[in-house]
Design a protein around this ligand. Structure first.
Ligand SMILES: *Cc1c(COP(=O)(O)O)cnc(C)c1O
Length: 367
């Protein structure tokens, strides 16, 4: 048998990919009991989205209200949600205008849909911010079929002004998809304010969902028929996600995590405060710089850390010294071998653990 994974049990985990997907005990129990194939399909009438036992239909309705989206469907991650929209909304060989801070899955989805990518640049070093107003000019230059904004990017943890981009897209009459992989589920994302036509979310990244892959696509009424179009032969099956998408233990995980997600988004202000405390403390270590928005507005942050690189040049464990040192102190989540710069997430850790983690970094800088 594979060795059991104990990262959440035995360590403080800083891996930005994992902190927002960390599961509750309820989710873990539910996932186990629905682990077998097609487990949610006992009472299915032809579409996973309308199953009432377990209540996936009710879950989608609740999440629709939570996100301010008219209709929500389950997808295989945020990436499939983006692909489903791109292939349905854009004309053949058309263009998607996105921010340069986008995730690679945006490019891959566009490539598979046969679309060309155009970009809105960021402000460059050290903040790499996306300025919402730059979208207006680029929309005029490019005439895209679809505009995409990465609400919070995975490199710098910058929070873009989604409502401003939403207003620009409305004014210009271009469909707008918000990539909320690092935002919705952590913070409240209210599409009544943002007015995106589509919201793509990641369950395993930001909705405390383990048990495999799941995402969400929120679609507003104007685009429902186009994006949720059914197969001509199989009237229950949505074409853009190949009929039925995420289901089984992933769907049940989301069903059981959603109550805790609804609660936890109310603590976002506290999460940001903790993140800012941690970022500022790290900046007190010799030569450390924040790469991204400062003051920081998100738990994901990137640091430039020449001090650790210098130590690695002399240390017998070379670039691995930092990972090893942290591991010995019960801290995981940095990429092994990295010292020059790295990303961490402070999400859900609370001040006591963050204070400890900072002390561990401070000690490491003295090696
Ligand atoms: C992780 C990430 C994704 C991919 O999410 P999946 O749910 O795994 O498809 C997309 N966009 C951003 C910005 C991400 O950080």
């Amino acid at each position: 048998m594979t060795e059991l994974r104990v990262v959440e049990e035995d360590f403080i985990n800083l891996n930005p990919l994992q902190t927002g997907g960390r599961t509750t005990p309820d989710v873990r129990k539910a996932v186990n009991s629905f682990i077998d194939g097609y487990s949610v399909c006992d009472w299915c009438l032809g579409d996973v989205n309308t199953i009432k036992n377990p209540d996936i239909q009710g879950l989608r309705d609740d999440i629709g209200k939570f996100l301010g989206a008219d209709e929500v469907i389950l997808t295989n991650g945020c990436r499939e949600a983006k692909y489903a929209v791109m292939q349905a909304v854009c004309k053949k060989g058309g263009k998607v205008l996105a921010d340069v801070n986008r995730h690679y899955s945006t490019d891959v989805a566009a490539e598979l849909a046969g679309l060309k990518m155009e970009f809105v640049q960021n402000s460059g070093s050290p903040e790499f911010k996306i300025r919402a107003e730059d979208y207006a000019k680029r929309i005029d230059e490019v005439s895209p079929d679809l505009v995409l904004l990465t609400h919070v990017d995975g490199n710098y943890g910058n929070v873009a002004d989604a409502a401003k981009v939403g207003a620009i897209c409305r004014k210009k009459g271009v469909p707008f998809i918000l990539n909320a992989a690092y935002s919705a589920g952590r913070m409240l994302v209210d599409n009544k304010k943002i007015r995106a036509d589509f919201i793509a979310c990641s369950g395993h990244k930001s909705w405390a969902v383990g048990g495999g892959n799941i995402g969400l696509l929120g679609v507003n009424n104007d685009f429902k028929d186009k994006v949720l179009k059914r197969s001509s032969e199989y009237k229950n099956k949505i074409l853009g996600i190949l009929g039925c998408s995420a289901r089984g233990s992933s769907a049940v995980a989301l069903l059981n995590s959603f109550p805790s997600v609804k609660k936890r988004v109310k603590d976002w202000g506290k999460e940001v405060k903790n993140a800012q405390w941690f970022a500022n403390k790290m900046l007190s270590i010799n030569g450390v710089e924040l790469i991204g928005e400062n003051p920081h507005q998100h738990d994901l942050m990137q640091f430039s850390t020449p001090v650790f690189y210098e130590i690695s040049q002399k240390h017998k464990k070379k670039g691995y010294f930092l990972y090893k040192f942290l591991e010995e102190k019960g801290v995981r989540g940095l990429k092994a071998g990295r010292t020059k710069n790295f990303k961490v997430s402070t999400y859900g850790l609370g001040m006591e653990k963050l204070k400890y983690v900072f002390e561990v970094f401070r000690e490491a800088a003295k090696l």
